[in-house]
Each structure stands twice: as structure tokens, then as C-alpha cells.
Design a protein around this ligand. Structure first.
Ligand SMILES: *Cc1c(COP(=O)(O)O)cnc(C)c1O
Length: 428
């Protein structure tokens, strides 16, 4: 497999862009080696600059649920581009997309569009604080909510120890208002509520998908609904990944739990930068210009992104069999990974194979993975033209375009891989 042109482009990129990439995980640090540079993509396939074709299980980290370059989305976007790229003035399509989202997710009575998941979560937290007049939030260890200051915090070893930021440049003061609980542990949440009076909100990935896929245990989300109500705090579902992925109604429909606020991103932009936060009308009405919580954006509700989102969500709404297909194909992959000393977690089409005997139920158990063994697997698959995420701690993403032939090829490659081989020294 040739990598000459990708390698040259990577060297060039590193001169002008930190690490050569515009988002860190793209740099392949967790698996070693150098990233391939992409020329184009179509359906389930992505083609690099050296002409190699890969079956893509990253799907731009979630957005491409219809596969790459879906003809219906592309032609709608082309047409919209002819009308101008941005106006800074309201358009009818924004209302149409808001309506589609609200009809899909009953918890979302009103919605505000922004441009990234990070922005959506940051804004939702601000709204929760403004609405409750409280400062502190609870998040879960290993859950990712974008890179805003107050959310780059995971747990130390003790659950209720001081919160320390994960990144340089985040003042301790920000992190102090972020309390970290253990996912799937009712006790850890109860303890925080008992010790702190001013909790504005609990934010959770209803299915954790940024430490590998870790589903909530039975009743855990319902417990979060009850305890937040008891203490007058809001419940925020960060559905940037699960929204329109677990099913058309997202996690709140899938699990039958209604949060106060929901954040969305990835799929709702159909591949363009679009995200949103929404929820109960009385809470959302605290946002400017109606209320005192300020939030704004020059490109928010961008007409091209809204067009791509509107077409993508309409296709999902009108073709519910897409979700049955995703589920069926994810189950085939799940089965292929079983019986090999791995822990396979799956919820709907969200799937992870942990190189760890498991069970994996929270951050601590996720971290027990043999990441060197994963790196070995990753490169073996890449050599077979199959691109899984360049990190053990990411979900595998399927799309409607992954046909049976693609899945069979993947299962075959998994079957051929020797899962018990020792890792080459160089990989460790
Ligand atoms: C990706 C992600 C975000 C951040 O979205 P960006 O568009 O990358 O800023 C937030 N929350 C969750 C759960 C995510 O998976």
C-alpha cells in the first residue's frame, strides 16, 4: 500500500498547522503511524491521495449516517449555494429544521442553532445556570462534551476530590464548578447532590460514546431524571452523537426518559457545521432576545448547513428502515468480534470492541484496555482497506451506505485477524 503522497502532505501540513491536523485525534497519536490524507469519499468508502480505497467506519466521527456524498444531500446543497452562502438574516428553512427536530424529539419544544457541538453544550450549560441561578454542574468521568473550558474535566481517582482541568490554559476556577461523577453509579451522583446545594444541571451522554461505547445500565437515566427533579436541577442529554443515530427520536425516545435540555450536532448538519441546543419552552425562553442569557453566532443557522440538515433528517424521517438496517449490520459486527477475549458494547448502531476482558461500564473499566493491542488491530485493518477509528476510545460508526458486501468484507478481515498474537515491541 502506497503512502508517499499522504506522507508528503502530512510533512507539509506540519509546517503550517500544529501537528498537521485541525483536531488532535486525526494525528494517529493513539495508534502510531501517520494519517492518510483524503481526496474524496462516496457511500461507505473514503479514498486517499495515494489512490487507496478504505471502507470507512469513522464516517467523519458520526455525521455521515447516509454515507458520504449522498446524491440527495449534495444536489440540495448545490442548489442552495446558488442562492448565496450566508445572510445573517432569518430564513424559512431554519424554522422548518427547528420544526422537524421538535417533532422528532418531544423534549425539544424550542431550539437554537449554533455551529458546533462544543458551542451547543457550552450554551446549554449557560442556559441551565441562568435559568436555575446556580453555578455548579455534574458531568461524568470519560464523557466528552466538547472543548469549552468548564467541560474539559474528568475525574481524579476519588469521585469527590477536587476537579482538575484536563488541558493547560483552563483556569482552576472554571473547573471548580464542574463536579465529576462516575457513570452508572447512582451513589456517586447522590453523594454530590448531598454535599452541594447549588447544582444547576447534570449533563450526560445518554450512551457514552467518547470512551468507547458504554451504555447506561438499566434504570440509570431514569434515576438521573428523578434525582435532578428532587433537587431542582436540570437534566441535559448531550445527544451530539446519539441524536438521530440511536433512532429517529434519539436517546430520549429510545430510553423513554425526557430531559429538560438536549444538545445536538454531528448528524443534524448532514456533514456541514451545524449543531443545536433545545428543550422546554420556559427554559429556552431565557435565551436572548427574550431572556437574560446571552448567546449569539454570525454563522448560526447558516443556510447551506441548514439545507444539508433538513434533507438528511427528512430522509431519516421518511425511511425508518434505515435504523433497522443499521441495527442489523451493527449486530453482525458485534457477532464477529465476540469470543475473542474482547468486550463488545453495543447500543443500536453504536458499537465498540474493547481490548479488555471487561465488563466495561464506566471510565475506570474502559481505561483497562490494551491500547497497544488495539493499535495493532487498527493497522492490520487499515492494511486490509478498512478504516476503524484511530483510537480505542471511539465508537465505530456505520452508515446506511454500508451494504452487506461491505459488512461481509469487514467480518472476513476480523475473522482473519489473530487476536491473541503478542504485540510487536515497536507498538508499545
Ligand atoms: C463531538 C461531540 C461534542 C462536540 O462537538 P464538536 O462539533 O466537535 O464541537 C460534544 N458532545 C458529544 C457527546 C460529542 O460526541
Amino acid at each position: 500500500m502506497k503512502h508517499d503522497r499522504s506522507n508528503a502532505l502530512y510533512e507539509q501540513a506540519k509546517k503550517y498547522i500544529p501537528g498537521g491536523v485541525n483536531s488532535p485525534v486525526r494525528a494517529f497519536r493513539a495508534v502510531g503511524g501517520t494519517p492518510f490524507f483524503v481526496k474524496r469519499a462516496r457511500g461507505p468508502y473514503i479514498y486517499d491521495e495515494d489512490g487507496t480505497k478504505y471502507l470507512d467506519y469513522v464516517c467523519s466521527w458520526g455525521p455521515c449516517i447516509l454515507g458520504h456524498a449522498d446524491g440527495r444531500v449534495i444536489s440540495a446543497v448545490r442548489e442552495a449555494c446558488g442562492e448565496g452562502l450566508t445572510y445573517g438574516v432569518p430564513t424559512e428553512k431554519e424554522t422548518l429544521l427547528a420544526q422537524v427536530i421538535s417533532e422528532a424529539i418531544p423534549a425539544v419544544e424550542k431550539v437554537r442553532f449554533v455551529s458546533s457541538g462544543t458551542e451547543a453544550v457550552m450554551s446549554a450549560i449557560r442556559v441551565a445556570r441562568g435559568y436555575t441561578s446556580r453555578d455548579r454542574i455534574i458531568k461524568f468521568a470519560g464523557h466528552y462534551h466538547g472543548h469549552s473550558d468548564g467541560l474539559l474535566v474528568k475525574a481524579g481517582s476519588g469521585l469527590l476530590t477536587d476537579s482538575i482541568p484536563d488541558s493547560a490554559g483552563v483556569p482552576d476556577g472554571y473547573a471548580k464548578n464542574t463536579l465529576v461523577a462516575e457513570f452508572n453509579s447512582e451513589k456517586s451522583v447522590e453523594e454530590i447532590f448531598r454535599n452541594h446545594k447549588d447544582i444547576a444541571a447534570v449533563i450526560v451522554e445518554p450512551v457514552a460514546a467518547n470512551m468507547g461505547v458504554v451504555p447506561p445500565k438499566e434504570g440509570f437515566l431514569k434515576f438521573l431524571r428523578e434525582i435532578t427533579e428532587k433537587y431542582g436541577a436540570l437534566l441535559i442529554f448531550d445527544e451530539v452523537i446519539t441524536g438521530f443515530r440511536l433512532g429517529y427520536g434519539g436517546a430520549s425516545e429510545y430510553f423513554g426518559v425526557r430531559p429538560d435540555l438536549v444538545t445536538l450536532g454531528k448528524i443534524i448538519g448532514g456533514g456541514l457545521p451545524l449543531a443545536a441546543y433545545g428543550g422546554r419552552e420556559d427554559i429556552m425562553d431565557s435565551v436572548a432576545p427574550l431572556g437574560s442569557v446571552y448567546q449569539a453566532g454570525t454563522l448560526s443557522g447558516n443556510p447551506i448547513a441548514v439545507t444539508a440538515g433538513l434533507v438528511t433528517l427528512s430522509i431519516l424521517r421518511d425511511n425508518p428502515e434505515v435504523y433497522l438496517g443499521l441495527e442489523r449490520k451493527a449486530r453482525l459486527l458485534e457477532d464477529a468480534f465476540k469470543g475473542r477475549g474482547l468486550t463488545v458494547n453495543r447500543e443500536g448502531s453504536l458499537l465498540s470492541a474493547f481490548f479488555n476482558e471487561g465488563p466495561v461500564t464506566d471510565y475506570r473499566s474502559a481505561l483497562k484496555c490494551d491500547t497497544a493491542a488495539y493499535a495493532n488491530f487498527f493497522h492490520a485493518m487499515l492494511d486490509n482497506g478498512i478504516y476503524f477509528a484511530p483510537s480505542q476510545f471511539e465508537a465505530m460508526f456505520l452508515s446506511a451506505a454500508h451494504d452487506d458486501e461491505a459488512i461481509e468484507k469487514t467480518v472476513e478481515a476480523i475473522n482473519k485477524f489473530n487476536f491473541i498474537q503478542p504485540c510487536p515491541e515497536g507498538m508499545r
